[in-house]
Write a protein that binds this ligand. Structure first.
Ligand code: IVH
Length: 682
């Protein structure tokens, strides 16, 4: 029979470990050990249902769905913030408040992230979480207690163990808790979790969410707490709204310290400044780094540290004068979808893009945004004429998130994907198992531009000075109909083109001529065969003595190469089977672009130390190119393959590795750098 003190001890322990895991991110026991504690607690509660209290860790989930949310009156107004758009706006705010109270002259400022989530209010009586509410209109919110209970970083019981606790910065707080404490924070869904959730919903064929904020809000306003529990929400707190029966700090900086000491999750990027200009510089530094944060932020909040002074400054409407939201440029904007265009890529894939009413997003005018593929347009029911939400974040190409259905006027038009290639007018094709539609006409002019662009690119023939504008010029003038034509260009032909002077012409001709010295591996990569990247091209060049031999190989022969599966084999065979490509090979040979490949000769072998070993190379190595690394490994008897498997002996790791690194780690493959590789070879 369990005893009550064991029950109390278990609850304490579980709260402690919950806090270590969900707030501090540093658990001290394993998940299995945690589950054991929780199971023991559940067993006791099954025997003694009368012992169960509201703060029991088992009370996070299992509450019954509600038919509506009750209203909750906040103990003090839940205020909003005035915005500043840029440093000058923020300085103007400071000048205004200085004129109201000259103590601001000597004020300190706390800078915090402005988390783009949902403002929530948490009530604690004698340290126990008893109620939670949305902001509502600032006076009255909705009772979402059961939903908030499911957020594991919200303590159900404030885990205070001593009466005084040293904070990070030496202040000692009186932790004899106010008997009634109401705090405010921002509940949100981390960006990574949001993306994972959307992927899951997409795979299940369900509707995806537009952004982390809406998802968090939607998840918290579910009537069924079980649904909220399944959503990876978390919280950061930043304000004490109300306290009774105890003392709390009176500066914002100390409030953050205090809340942290009480066991609440608090941002770790808040800073305090004596100098307002430094506060601005810190704020602006986060504008560039905003993608480093795990949550979305639409700015930083600059707060006067002295909360007594801040309160005395009063309000303008619902905005306290003592703080300002320094907004970063918006990344999601609505605009009108004027039309849908279709681009033809190098491999012939058709990609739809949005033609938008120009709109500024994050300081850049956006007129085009990707629509990913035709399935995406259908799934999101994006119609021409719709108001659409467009996002541009970090390095990502602007994309259409979806239509704003509520403002439809009825004149928007459903979109039908093209059945003919918009560039050459030939029928488009769809391959089994792929979402993309393709133009398979090798002579399609749109493909030709992309083809040549790829052929001359760094990882391929590396012809400097041949940008897209010149490529288009060469095609339009009729001088170039395929990549081989580049090698027949004459000086006077180029000089006749607009913008070509002596120097530019000579440089280009030299760069083209020099590219004839590139390896067979690069030439194969340059051909742009579907599925054949740099590494695979290297494998092919290592197997075949020249292009003609490769062009005659069968799918079966090709599959002898490790890591080369049936799809790529078929794609290679298909490519060489096309008469236009056969013609191209002949032309390349005729102009002298015909490098040799094949197995390294035995005499170039330096040792056999790598005999029987298989290597995979990923990322950029300090001195070796991919070709160099491969040649080096092969010259010591090793084999280089494209993909990591259980059979891989070593992963050679460079900077910015791809997914091969993760795979190697998960399979326990040995990982070495370039230096170690050389050492291994002796
Ligand atoms: S302070 C008097 N601090 O931004 C206190 N708000 O645009 C006023 N928000 O409604 C709020 N992070 O939901 C404050 N570190 C932060 C915040 C923050 C996000 C939200 C909050 C508020 C909105 C104002």
């Amino acid at each position: 029979m369990a005893n009550k003190s064991r029950y109390e001890e278990l609850k304490e322990n579980i709260h402690f470990h919950n806090h270590r895991y969900h707030v501090m991110d540093s658990p001290v026991i394993s998940d299995a050990e945690f589950d054991q504690l929780l199971n023991e607690l559940k067993r006791i509660e099954a025997e003694h249902p009368d012992w169960i209290t509201a703060d029991s860790p088992t009370r996070r989930a299992g509450a019954k769905p509600a038919d509506r949310f009750d209203k909750v009156r906040h103990p003090a107004p839940i205020l909003s913030l005035a915005n500043a758009f840029g440093a000058d706006d923020a300085r103007a705010w400071l000048e205004r408040v200085k004129r109201i109270d000259d103590r601001v002259e000597k004020a300190k400022f706390v800078v915090e992230p402005k988390i783009d989530g949902l403002s929530v209010v948490l009530h604690y009586r004698d340290g126990v979480f008893v109620q939670g509410a949305t902001r509502g209109d600032g006076e009255v919110g909705e009772d979402i207690t059961q939903n908030l209970r499911t957020i594991r970083s919200i303590p159900l019981k404030i885990p205070v163990r001593e009466s005084k606790v040293e904070s990070r910065k030496s202040a000692t707080f009186d932790l004899r808790l106010p008997t009634y404490l109401v705090i405010r924070g921002e509940a949100f869904m981390p960006v990574k979790e949001f993306e994972a959730l959307n992927r899951k919903l997409e795979e299940a064929g369900e509707k995806t969410y537009q952004n982390p904020r809406n998802t968090a809000a939607g998840s918290l306003r579910q009537l069924d707490p079980e649904l909220t529990a399944s959503r990876p929400l978390t919280i950061l707190v930043y304000q004490i709204v109300h306290a009774e029966g105890g003392k709390v700090p009176t500066s914002q900086w100390e409030i953050l310290e205090y809340l942290k000491a009480l066991g609440f999750p608090v941002t770790d990027i808040a800073r305090r400044f004596d100098d307002f200009e430094k506060a601005i510089a810190y704020t602006e530094s986060w504008e560039k780094k905003r993608d480093d944060l795990s949550y979305e932020t639409d700015g930083m909040v600059i707060k006067i540290d002295d909360l007594t002074l801040a309160a005395e400054l009063g309000f303008v409407g619902k905005d306290p004068r003592g703080a300002i939201a320094f907004k970063f440029p918006a990344r999601e904007v609505t605009t009108t979808l004027k039309d849908i265009g279709v681009a033809v890529g190098r491999t012939g894939v058709l990609t739809p893009y949005a033609i938008l009413e120009p709109v500024e997003i994050g300081g850049v005018i956006v007129e085009r945004a990707t629509l990913h593929n035709f399935d995406y347009i259908a799934e999101k029911d994006i119609r021409v004429g719709d108001r659409v939400l467009v996002k541009r974040a970090g390095e990502v190409i602007p994309y259409v998130i979806g239509p704003v259905v509520d403002v439809r006027k009825g004149k928007e038009k459903k979109y039908k994907p093209p059945t003919k290639c918009p560039a050459c007018g030939q029928d488009v094709e769809h391959f089994e198992g792929e979402v993309a539609w393709y133009c398979v006409n090798a002579a399609c002019p749109a493909q030709l531009v992309r083809n040549i662009e790829h052929f001359v690119s760094r990882g391929a023939m590396d012809i400097e000075g041949l940008g897209i504008k010149i490529v288009e010029q060469l095609i339009e003038s009729g001088l170039v109909k395929d990549v081989a034509d580049l090698y027949s260009l004459k000086r006077d032909q180029l000089l006749a083109l607009e913008g070509f002077k002596d120097k530019k012409t000579d440089n280009l001709l030299t760069a083209i001529e020099n590219s004839k010295g590139q390896s067979l591996a690069r030439l194969i990569a340059a051909l742009g065969i579907h599925g054949v990247g740099e590494v695979m091209a290297g494998d092919l060049a290592g197997t075949f003595p020249e292009l003609e031999a490769l062009s005659k190989s069968s799918a079966e022969e090709l599959q002898q190469i490790e890591g080369l599966g049936p799809n790529i084999a078929e794609s290679i065979v298909d490519w060489f089977a096309r008469s236009s490509n056969q013609k191209l090979l002949k032309k390349l040979k005729a102009v002298g672009m015909w490098p040799r490949g094949g197995k390294l000769k035995v005499e170039s072998r330096k040792s056999n130390v790598f005999d029987g070993l298989t290597f995979v190379v990923t990322g950029t190595l300090p001195t070796f190119s991919r070709d160099d690394a491969k040649a080096f490994i092969e010259s010591h008897g090793g084999k280089v393959t494209d993909s990591v498997s259980k059979k891989t002996s070593y992963l050679v790791l460079g900077e910015n590795p791809g997914s091969k690194f993760d795979k190697a780690k998960s399979l326990g493959v040995k990982i070495v750098g370039e230096a170690e590789l050389k050492k291994l070879a002796g």
